[in-house]
Design a protein around this ligand. Sequence first.
Ligand SMILES: Nc1ncnc2c1ncn2[C@@H]1O[C@H](COP(=O)(O)OP(=O)(O)OP(=O)(O)O)[C@@H](O)[C@H]1O
Length: 635
Amino acid sequence: MAIVARRMRPDEWTPSGVEALEANALIVVKSDDHRSVIAGPGAGKTELLAQRAAFLLQTGATPVPQRILAISYKRDAAINLATRVRQRCHQNHASRFDSMTFDAFAKGLVDRFGQILPERWRPRPDYEIMWTNYDLFSDFLQRQVGLPPPDIGTMADIQAITVKAFERHHLVGRPLPVDGWRKPTPTEWAADRFWQSSLHAGEKTKLSFPMIGRLAELLLRLNPMARDALRLTYSHLFMDEFQDTTQVQYDLVKTIFMGTNTVITAVGDNKQQIMRWAMAMDDPFAAFDANFGATRTPLYHNYRSSPELVRIQHSLAQALDPTSVEPVSKAKHAIDGASCTIWEFLTPQIEAARLAAFIASEMKSLGLGPRDFVLLIRQRPDRYANVLEPAFQAAGLALRNEASMIGAVTLQDLLPDEASRLVVGLIRLAMTPRAGRYWSECQEALRTLRGIGAEDKAAQVRFARELDAFAINLAKRHPAPPADRVQTVALVREVITFIGPDRLLAAHPAYAQGNWLGKILQATILHLTASAAGALDWAKALDTYEGVHAVPLMTIHKSKGLEYHTVIFVGLDDDAWRRSFIEDRIEAAAGLFVAFTRAKQRVLFTYCARRGTRVVIDSFYQLILGCGVKMLFVP
Ligand SMILES: Nc1ncnc2c1ncn2[C@@H]1O[C@H](COP(=O)(O)OP(=O)(O)OP(=O)(O)O)[C@@H](O)[C@H]1O
């Protein structure tokens, strides 16, 4: 469908980018009431939000000058959704879609209005972000908190507070009382001590993101004008991955939007809740339905996985939620042999060699690329990479640990990032002889960033000439990949100046949070320098940058939202799972579910006695074997 700037009637509107939406998805896209959409993996939840944004903006259901606010849990998800909307909507429409993380949203409020908070809660304007962990709270409770006044409690009361409960239940567990706690309990007293010392004691105020969320909620409670401005600005609110919402985030949304005209759409999947350790609520959907009177609308399709995988997924899903309904697979079965098997090996070395040989042979017989496969690991991927990498190399394959850090960013955050992709796209456009694909991709992305409309032919022609000239000059100045960091810095600076950092920041507010754009560009420079080292030409350097020829290896957490032809889960054993299994069995099972559901055609689990037993996680084995999955010893 053409991307049009004009307004269209709701009955004229059709989805773009996909052939059709299932009936319930279309109902949600066009709905004018609060909806909670709980749907399984691959059901097209993120796609639904992108389509709904297009519908609301193109039909005028979000009338000018009102906007849509989309809040995601993760930065890459926020950018991904904004990009999808920009691909479907004219710039005039897409510019009224604000996609950001909860943290960026709350921080923006505190930065703008924080100084109106009462003195006891007021951060200094130059406050810093505090990254909290178990040790920090443990140290506070054991050493720094001090003795409570006798009318409040005793040291024994303070010692009875567990570190685990302190942040979640006491520090940020409830909305902040404007004037502090009148008659504090010992836990409230300890929480207040933490707040006051973080806000006022040091040279600079230090705040964690959950604390910022609580302050944002308080300031909007105290400042009806700021709150009303948000209500009037946003006709619609979207919340993606809603299963990961924390109480802090939920209370903020409630304070702003409950009982107003802003229509909320929350999508997610309880069975993929793997952020309980990061304070996700137990059942945010139930709270949302009850507080906002939302209509729950399930989706029944799975556009990702083959029918056999969907059947097994459903058995796993039922272990997490006995009421879950089996989805209908809309994907075709396209492999020979079993869709899922557990492979047993004697040693990690044999395992590495057999996996490499398997992938090499599948690539050949099915015409697949290395990135159609993924190796998933529960934790500490570098330990596994050390054994797997040499075996892959011996089989003529490259393996890449996508969880590795490039400066302050993981490789996996860097690659799909729009700024990194534009830099690489522009370099490819300049350095590739027949650059047709890169030409149209760059043109489209940059025209959108510059606000050049599809019907403004004169501006398009001017921009096409500008892009041409830029590419020709870039190729002249940098005929070969950079030999060192200094050359890379000069190159990336040229490219990013052409793109316009301000345009990127305006299109994606998430870039402003914690100087994310700066970190991405630093990582781009580091990674490009490393990829160019020893590369004979630009094509090789950029292929290495993008990992075009490497099989990715990553943790389950990093695989969320992604999809692959074949998922190989390495290490289904106690060694990898014991800790998470003992700490939170449901979350561990949700992790297994997330890993399994990334696959389109095949899942392999591997077990290797040399690495660990399978006693603690025996129930996982029973569950998987109970789905009819076979175990196979691979010599
Ligand atoms: N209506 C549709 N028709 C065809 N393909 C679709 C449709 N909706 C989504 N898809 C495709 O299905 C896959 C999964 O979509 P999406 O990522 O939106 O699902 P999701 O529900 O958010 O998944 P998950 O929760 O597992 O991350 C993607 O490849 C997407 O392009």
